[in-house]
Design a protein around this ligand. Structure first.
Ligand code: HEM
Length: 140
């Protein structure tokens, strides 16, 4: 195995995202949920968006625009799916990277998963119409 290093560039993020979703798509629990929602020809777009999302979170590189929480409404998932998602994210990050940015990737994923679970599983999200004034505050 190659020696591990930290994430430094969007190319590293691209590698991480692609490796992670290869594992997700072949996972017994998560694979069907993703493959049901994302058709085979839509995967390249999803992967590109995820690379932009993480490049924005980790390196403040602009590019990602969206409302991730809304995309998850109605998915047939429970706490066990989030646990598995985090397990795969953590093992993918740890298999290939180590350092401050890798650590941030783990912490941010855990925090977002917690917010998603709280809002989606308890149905406590509110759909707020997007306006110029609230757009900047709405990162999730
Ligand atoms: C149970 C765990 C999860 C499942 C099953 C899941 C599933 C999905 C699916 C199916 C999509 C595509 C939606 C669509 O395009 O119609 C998606 C998009 C996305 N997911 Fe997740 N997800 C999970 C957890 C997470 C977590 C923890 C994060 C963040 C750390 C995340 C971030 C995103 C983002 C950024 C998008 C793209 C939204 C967009 O198109 O702008 N997901 N997810």
């Amino acid at each position: 195995m190659k020696p591990k290093r930290d994430l430094h560039t969007p190319n590293d993020v691209d590698f991480l995202v692609n490796t992670f979703y290869e594992r997700v798509r072949s996972d017994v629990m998560l694979g069907p949920v993703f493959n049901e929602r994302i058709q085979p020809d839509a995967w390249p777009v999803h992967l590109e968006r995820m690379t932009q999302f993480w490049s924005n979170l980790l390196f403040a590189i602009p590019g990602y625009k969206g409302s991730p929480l809304l995309k998850h409404i109605g998915l047939p998932v429970g706490a066990e799916h989030f646990e598995r998602w985090l397990e795969l994210w953590e093992s993918t990050v740890n298999d290939h990277f180590e350092g401050d940015v890798a650590m941030a990737a783990l912490t941010k994923a855990r925090n977002i998963a917690e917010v998603f679970q709280e809002k989606l599983l308890n149905n406590t999200f509110q759909v707020v119409p997007l306006t110029d004034t609230n757009h900047a505050q709405r990162s999730l």
